[in-house]
Design a protein around this ligand. Structure first.
Ligand SMILES: Cc1cc2nc3c(=O)[nH]c(=O)nc-3n(C[C@H](O)[C@H](O)[C@H](O)COP(=O)(O)OP(=O)(O)OC[C@H]3O[C@@H](n4cnc5c(N)ncnc54)[C@H](O)[C@@H]3O)c2cc1C
Length: 456
């Protein structure tokens, strides 16, 4: 039986990070079912026609050049006490330590019609290839469920590809995990301007059709109708509908491998401590398959982001090397692009802060991305959220005409370091005509100033 000191099950960012960090130091193998790992974040841009699908496939050398062994296969079961993994082809592998990095899958709710042809998630190469095939074969209409970052990027890409797109979300505003409602106004208008039919505050109740989806039923009485393909069309023998329903309404951890093992599980996945240890000895987990806590509240919070999976992988790698590296928790800094707007959020939204029991105070600023006298200057609006009692920064949001990740990361760092409003007032910043507002003002300082003034 093949034996490795450490076996990682999974081929995504968490597993690749472990391979890169440990491949030269340990006898480490990665088990992955797909031919290629993918850059999921870039999938919408393949649909838009900006990238070829091949550009989104990661090279195996990321793992093998790091000194790790890559095993193509799918783990069918794990005997955690005997320390043996059995692959779906019957191959058995033994290990000293095991890392679960099995990720999460798009959640498709168990509604009537969910099994019909034309219903898909949006994560794998097969999902993407299937959508591209549908478009090639004359697809006219798509319904995207979920107006989070993935759903919006996907809806706009499908619209750019020439489809009629309906975007449905039960929340009353778009990007509900990233932005508070009042920050979404212009962004929402942009989604509509780009031709997407937006259905907010509406839930998909069911899908109807013979073998493929013909109608999508919303709980507000709206019925989205997919026309049947023209009888004379070449495709009519293979494709009997003109639409597709894509669920981008959250991810669900597949826990089949660990069920019954005694590993402690939570709502979001395998529970790990701050060293990425599970409740079973020599069993570790990292990335989307885990449940972990917010670095702000200390309570479990969803955090299925590559920018959480990679740091979790790094923390685990250090601990497996005998270093003492503690993971601070999810802060969930994230960004997206909606047409002409770059949007980002970090920490707690005002709504989430209230739900977590804080009394939030907010501050806003509006400046331009370059000196306002510069021809390319664009508007940038920022909101910060702080705790009234301690003045601690809890969250921030930005809507801008230029990329926001640099500023979002700065604000995430401030949250991580438990900065208070007076720290932000004293921020030492840089300024240059092409890259910022005038030296006379800085967006973070302005927003913090406004919040502090509200506190009197
Ligand atoms: C369309 C899209 C856009 C995204 N955009 C962003 C973004 O802009 N920024 C960001 O930070 N995050 C983004 N994400 C989220 C990010 O991709 C995930 O958080 C990240 O991939 C999680 O990494 P992971 O290694 O934990 O799991 P995954 O990447 O999900 O990898 C899990 C791996 O485990 C394998 N596996 C599962 N079961 C088994 C088994 N039984 N045997 C063997 N292997 C198994 C899977 O096949 C897969 O290879 C996006 C996700 C999607 C789908």
């Amino acid at each position: 039986m093949q034996h490795h000191e450490i076996i990682v099950i999974g081929g995504g960012p968490a597993a690749i990070t472990l391979a890169k960090q440990l491949g030269k130091e340990k006898d480490l193998a990665v088990i992955r079912p797909e031919d290629h790992s993918m850059i999921y974040c870039a999938m919408p841009y393949v649909i838009e026609g900006l990238l070829h699908i091949e550009r989104t496939l990661k090279k195996d050398t990321l793992v093998t050049d790091a000194g790790a062994v890559l095993i193509r296969g799918s783990a069918a079961s794990v005997d955690f006490s005997g320390k043996v993994i059995t692959l779906s082809d019957g191959t058995a592998l033994s290990y000293d330590k095991i890392v679960m990095a099995t990720g999460a899958e798009p959640f498709i709710p168990p509604i009537p019609g969910a099994e019909l042809k034309g219903v898909t998630g949006f994560k794998t190469k097969n999902n993407l290839a299937g959508i591209l095939d549908f478009i090639k074969s004359g697809l006219k209409r798509a319904v995207v469920v979920g107006a989070g970052a993935i759903g919006i990027e996907l809806a706009l890409a499908l619209s750019d590809a020439g489809l009629t797109v309906d975007l449905v979300d039960m929340a009353s505003s778009i990007l509900p995990n990233l932005l508070d409602r009042e920050m979404t106004e212009e962004v929402e208008a942009e989604v509509i301007r780009k031709g997407v039919n937006l259905h907010l505050g509406a839930k998909v109740m069911g899908l109807e059709g013979h073998s493929s989806v013909e109608h999508v039923l919303l709980d507000n009485g709206v019925r989205i109708h997919f026309d049947p393909l023209d009888e004379c069309s070449e495709e009519s023998e293979t494709l009997t509908h003109e639409g597709i329903v894509i669920f981008a309404a959250g991810m669900k951890t597949n826990l089949d491998l660990v069920k019954g093992s005694g590993i402690e599980l939570g709502r979001d996945g395998i529970i790990v401590n701050n060293r990425m240890e599970t409740s079973l000895k020599d069993v570790y987990a990292a990335g989307d398959c885990t449940q972990y806590v917010s670095g702000i509240t200390g309570k479990p919070v969803p955090g299925k982001l590559a920018t959480n999976a990679v740091p979790m992988g790094r923390v685990l790698a250090d601990n497996l090397l005998g270093k003492d590296h503690i993971y601070p928790g999810f802060f969930n800094g994230a960004a997206t692009r909606v047409g002409q707007f770059f949007v980002g959020g970090t920490g707690l939204s005002e709504t989430a802060a209230v739900q977590a029991g804080y009394k939030p105070v907010t501050g806003y600023s509006e400046v331009t991305t370059q000196f306002p006298i510069m021809p390319e200057a664009k508007k940038m609006r920022m909101k910060i959220i702080a705790d009234t009692d301690t003045q601690r920064l809890l969250g921030a949001q930005i809507v801008s005409g230029e990329p926001v990740t640099g500023r979002i990361d700065l604000l995430t760092f401030a949250i991580q370091k438990q900065s208070v409003l007076s720290d932000l007032i004293d921020l030492s910043y840089s300024s240059q005509p092409y890259q910022s507002f005038f030296p006379a003002a800085n967006s973070v300082v302005l927003a913090a100033d406004e919040a502090l003034k509200k506190l009197g």
